[in-house]
Each structure stands twice: as structure tokens, then as C-alpha cells.
Design a protein around this ligand. Structure first.
Ligand code: GLY
Length: 353
């Protein structure tokens, strides 16, 4: 077991039953109410592990929401706040998020606003949540097609990372998290990228030390810039385009997982980096190869591509009416706040046709 502090959260990595969670609950929350926030997947596959093996959660209330990004809405938040109110939760009771990125983002948002903020812990169960969503205090929900448009920075007291939960995931979910792992390596660690690009994630189990490496890259970046005034924007690589794709498809019958959308975004934003001569053609080809070998990329048409700029205008990095991207100036080296002409963005988007 290992642990460290990320901003205001203690992050504990290890088997959940051996992390001292029961003792901590007993020492600090024995007399308090607890609620476990799950979606329909984690209700079925993860909640039994928690209830059966962690003392102190036998009487916890369970709040379940439907799984799927289309449910990351204010309406669902409102229904959770109503349930907390009916159960007479106070701000000193405990809100436990058990799930992937959506549950951590949304549960963090819900708990941070309820009665001006109640105690919260995260138990991330997806690779994406372990290496990304649970670290760094970003919480949020979507507003229509705009991803994480409403949110606050708020820090859980504890984040418990137990990679055994990855065994409950379908391969599609592992691949979603892989996109964020590739992103971390591309913006910050060339050697780690070399290891990842030569790995076949579809047929192998990801080593624990790579998961730790990835979350430590995120940890180090957010510690240096908690509120994203500068360096943290590195973590947005692949997301300006990725969020726009996800947003256009949200609520359609062809909606796209976040990780897969980010994979498309990485490809397009690597292409922008290449068009601006920040990447060599060999570097771009390495990235293209690692994306296409793992992700089943979709082909889009001109009509779809023409819809993306409208959503990109709401990108949280946007300033002075200009498109600003995090790009690569080499593998392992991200560069923030690069102003890019719309024509270059359009040229790069052609890789999606
Ligand atoms: N997921 C990007 C960040 O936390 O900054």
C-alpha cells in the first residue's frame, strides 16, 4: 500500500480491504450517516465488494443513477439533492462516490454544493477515473452538448485506488482509460510513451506501476497549477476536439465514450501540431499508429465536422475569441495556449473523414 497527498486529498493505492478504510470510517464517521453514490453498473459489480468487505457501511444509504454520460445533468443532480434532503443528511455526514469518471465528477459536484459542501471520498472503479477524474479536484456536469460546463473545484478527503476493480470492467472501459494514459505520456514523459506505444492493451493486463506512473504525472501537474491558470492546461491535450466530438454526439444514437472521443482528439491535435511543424512526420506517425491500433476510430462526414467549431467556441481555454490548443512540441512535451487559425483546425480535422 502507498499513499500521498494530492492538494487537499489523501490518495491511497492498494487493496481496499487493507487500506484502513474501515478504521477511518469507525474513527471519524461512526455516528454519521453515509451514502454510497453509484450508477447501475457499479451498483451491480462493485457495491457488493464494498458492502461485504468494509465494516461500517452496512447501513449506508445507496443512491443509484442510470449509467451513461447522458445522465450527467442538473436534473439528476437535483434528484440526488432531494434524496439527501429526505434522508436528512447534514454536511458532516459522508458522501462516497463509487464509480467511474461520471460518478466522481458528478458526485464531487453534488456533495460540494449540498449544504455548502459535505464530506466526500472517492473510490474510483474505472481506469479513467483512477488515472484522471479522481485526481485534482475538478468536479462537474454537462449542460446540453457542453461537457463539464458547470462545475467547481472541490477536493474529496480521500481517494482509494484499488486496481482490482479493473477486473469488473469490460475491455471497452479499459480502452477509455488508456486514452488518458497515452495523453499523460504524450504531454510529459517520452519514455513512458515508448513503453505504452509498444504495449497491446487489448490482450494484456496493464501493469500497476504504469497506472501509478500515469496518475503521478497527473498529480505532479495539478500540484504545480491547481486552478489551471497555466501548466495544468497540458492535461487538455486531445480534449478541445474530443469534447466537441463527444458533445455533438451526446444524446444521439451514436454517442461516443469519453476515452474514444479523446483518442480522436489526440489524433486531430497531433495533426495540428504536425501542420504547425511542432511534430516531425515520424512523431506524428508514431502517434497515429498507437491510436489506430487500439481504438476503433469512426469516420465522419463534412457535415459533422462543420458542427465542431460551434462547440469549440465554448472551450474553457478559449480567450480573446481565438482557438487556443494544448499541442505537442515533440513526444513527451506539451505546449499550452497555442493560438491556431480556424483554417489549420479544418485542415487537421480532415483526418477524421
Ligand atoms: N482532466 C483534466 C484535468 O483534470 O485538468
Amino acid at each position: 500500500m502507498s499513499s500521498f497527498f494530492n492538494l487537499q486529498s489523501e490518495v491511497i493505492i492498494g487493496n481496499l480491504t487493507q487500506t484502513g478504510l474501515s478504521n477511518w470510517l469507525n474513527n471519524h464517521y461512526a455516528e454519521c450517516k453515509k451514502v454510497i453514490f453509484v450508477d447501475s453498473n457499479t451498483m451491480e459489480y462493485c457495491l457488493p465488494l464494498l458492502i461485504n468487505f468494509i465494516d461500517g457501511l452496512e447501513n449506508a444509504e445507496i443512491i443509484e443513477i442510470p449509467s451513461g454520460e447522458e445522465n450527467k445533468t442538473m436534473e439528476i443532480c437535483f434528484s440526488v439533492w432531494e434524496s439527501l434532503t429526505e434522508y436528512e443528511f447534514t454536511r458532516s455526514d459522508l458522501f462516497i462516490c463509487l464509480g467511474g469518471g461520471m460518478i466522481c465528477d458528478m458526485g464531487g459536484f453534488i456533495s460540494s454544493l449540498y449544504k455548502r459542501g459535505m464530506n466526500c471520498i472517492y473510490i474510483p472503479t474505472s481506469l479513467l477515473a483512477m488515472v484522471d477524474a479522481s485526481i485534482g479536484g475538478k468536479t462537474g456536469i454537462d449542460m446540453g452538448p457542453y461537457k463539464n460546463h458547470l462545475g467547481v473545484f472541490s477536493f474529496p478527503k480521500k481517494v482509494y485506488i484499488d486496481i482490482d476493480f479493473l477486473n469488473t470492467l469490460p475491455q471497452r472501459e479499459i480502452i477509455n482509460g488508456w486514452a488518458e494514459m497515452l495523453k499523460h505520456a504524450l504531454v510529459a514523459d517520452a519514455d513512458h510513451y515508448t513503453a505504452l506505444e509498444n504495449f497491446d492493451v487489448k490482450d494484456s493486463i496493464i501493469p500497476l506501476d504504469w497506472v501509478e506512473k500515469s496518475l503521478m504525472i497527473k498529480h505532479e501537474i495539478v500540484e504545480s497549477d491547481p486552478k489551471e491558470s497555466g501548466r495544468r492546461k497540458l492535461l487538455n491535450f486531445g480534449h478541445t476536439i474530443g469534447h466537441a466530438i463527444e458533445g455533438v454526439l451526446l444524446n444521439s444514437e451514436h454517442s461516443m465514450d469519453h476515452g474514444l472521443a479523446v483518442a480522436h482528439g489526440i489524433l486531430v491535435e497531433a495533426k495540428i501540431s504536425r501542420l504547425l511543424n511542432r511534430l516531425t512526420s515520424e512523431e506524428f506517425e508514431r502517434i497515429e499508429k498507437s491510436i489506430t491500433k487500439t481504438f476503433e476510430l469512426r469516420k465522419f462526414d463534412e457535415d459533422f465536422i462543420s458542427k465542431l467549431p460551434l462547440l469549440m467556441r465554448q472551450d474553457k481555454k478559449r480567450k480573446d475569441n481565438k482557438f487556443r490548443f494544448t499541442l505537442l512540441s515533440g513526444i513527451g512535451s506539451g505546449e499550452i495556449d497555442v493560438v491556431v487559425d480556424e483554417s489549420v483546425v479544418f485542415d487537421a480535422l480532415q483526418v477524421l473523414l
